[in-house]
Structure formats: C-alpha cells, structure tokens
Write a protein that binds this ligand. Structure first.
Ligand code: PAF
Length: 286
C-alpha cells in the first residue's frame, strides 16, 4: 500500500501547461527534473534538490528515441512507470510528465538543435548522434514546462554543459543547475544501465571510480596529462573493462583540452568504458 496519494500524471503538453499555469496563478515557483525513467536514488536526489529550490516540482519520464543510435538499447531500456511514479511522489515531486513519442515528435517533426562548443569530442566521438537528440528533447521539455530551475546530474557532466550552453544561447530563461553524482557504497556512480551488469561485471564496474580518483590525484599533482590518461586507460583494461572509449582530463568549465598538457585551471576527469554490452560513464573533479 502506497504512503502517498497517487502522483498526478500529465500525458500531453496541454495538460502539463494547465497544471503549471494553475501554480503560477497562485504565485508558486516551479522546478523541473528531466529523466528517462527507471529511477534510482541518483534521480531522487535531483528531485529532492529541485524540491529545495521551488514550491512545485515537475519530473518527466520520456525515453527519448532521438538520443539512441539504431544499434543502441532503445528497445530494451528499462521502463517501469508505476514504480517511478511511486518513487517520485515519495521524493517530493508534484507532477509527472510522461508524454508519448507521438506527443513529443508529431508527424512532420523537422527541427534539430545543434550545440557545438562543449558537445565536441568525448561522448560525441563515440555517440555522434547523442547530443543532437538530447538538445532537441531538452529544448522542448524546457519550453513545455517553463520552470524557474531545472536540475541535471553531474554524472552526465558533458550533457550538463551542453544543456547549460544551449539554454544560454537560446535565451531559455530556466536556470540550469548541476547536482553531484550519487554513488553506491563502493563508489559506483548510480545509473539505470547498472541494472544490465552481471555480478562479475558489477565487481569490475565498482573499481572505475577508484581508477579515476587515482588519476585525478596525479593530474592535480601536475603530472603530464598524456601519461596520466594513458596509465588510467591501461589500468581500466587491466582490472577487467573490455574496451575503453576514453579517459580524459579536461577543463571543468568547457571541457577544452589543457593546451600546456598539465592541469592549470579547474579540471574534470571523464571516462567511458565497456563491460559486455554495457557502457559506463563516470567523471569527477580533479
Ligand atoms: O540524462 C538523461 O536521462 C537524458 O539524457 C535526458 C536529459 C532526460 C534527456 O532525454
């Protein structure tokens, strides 16, 4: 038996706007947390952060097809709306926006959003379709909700910078806030895709953050970044990752490479690596 009244669900943009308009008429502020569902503690931390920042919280659950390539896991991405709604209600959410694909991308949809700058390199080198899909859906969601503030996880650090740049460039008035990555007790960054991991893969996955933390210490110690990145890359393969897409130390502000080959400004170490069919990403401050 649920401890919370059922969470209202808006399935259309019209229904979403009607609720938000009602709140606005009462002088209430609004925060927004976009998700693709299969919610875990990491998402709920974003909702709690949103709840601290505004009177009402909208969360969206939409598995956005435009950010998946044909060979990726769109078909098998976990979907469990009833459980998500229950968790959202418990974390302080007031409205779930769960549109259909047709509501978001009606027949004849023709617009793309291309954010250069922070989208270049890293994820884009391996998932060239990804930020185009994220930018278009987040631009739509931000316009649909028209919140005062939207909260994104630092787990997807490059995504956070892309969204922030897009909102600035397109004069979207919602403030974009980043919230720290939630980790399990072994330091593994929480992710909906962790559910794909076998026990043996999970044991390897839990060592990713340790390798990054060690590399971050070396980078902060002014060690040449090429060597730091090379060593971390080799270490990830040694501990059992089957493939490493990248390990890179970049400027935290815009993800540009350090021209001098050493850390001389606030930095972030970012990595993506594979265990079986599962691709994990993580990052941390240097
Ligand atoms: O980070 C995610 O879950 C997705 O990329 C987002 C921001 C909800 C857009 O689909």
């Amino acid at each position: 038996m649920s401890e919370h009244p059922p969470l209202p669900i808006a399935r259309s943009v019209a229904a979403l706007r009607q609720t938000v308009r009602g709140w606005r008429r009462q002088g209430l502020s609004v925060a927004f947390v976009p998700t693709m569902g299969a919610l875990h503690e990491g998402h709920l931390t974003l909702v709690r952060e949103a709840d601290q920042r505004a009177d009402r919280v909208v969360a969206s659950v939409f598995v956005n097809p435009t950010q998946f390539a044909a060979h990726e896991d769109l078909g098998t991405y976990p979907r469990r709306e009833a459980q998500d709604a229950e968790l959202l209600a418990g974390a302080g959410c007031h409205l779930l926006f769960a549109p259909s694909v047709d509501e978001m991308y009606p027949e004849g949809f023709s617009t793309s959003v291309n954010v250069a700058g922070p989208s270049q390199g890293l994820e884009t080198d391996f998932r060239p379709h990804f930020f185009g899909g994220v930018a278009v859906v987040v631009a739509k969601l931000l316009n649909q909700v028209q919140a005062d503030v939207a909260v994104f996880g630092e787990k997807d650090y490059q995504q956070l910078l892309v969204v922030r740049r897009m909102a600035r460039d397109l004069d979207i008035p919602t403030e974009i806030v980043g919230a720290p990555t939630e980790r399990d007790r072994h330091g593994l960054a929480l992710s909906s895709r962790n559910a794909y991991l076998s026990e043996a893969e999970l044991a390897v996955a839990r060592r990713l953050n340790g390798v990054l933390a060690e590399a971050a210490i070396k980078a902060a110690d002014w060690r040449p970044l090429a060597a730091v990145e090379r060593e971390a890359y080799a270490e990830l393969l040694k501990i059992g990752f089957e493939r490493v897409d990248y390990v890179a130390v970049r400027r935290a502000e815009d993800l540009a490479a350090f021209a001098n080959g050493v850390v001389d400004a606030p930095a972030r170490i970012l990595a993506a690596a594979w265990l079986g069919k599962t691709r994990l990403i993580d990052n941390m401050a240097v």
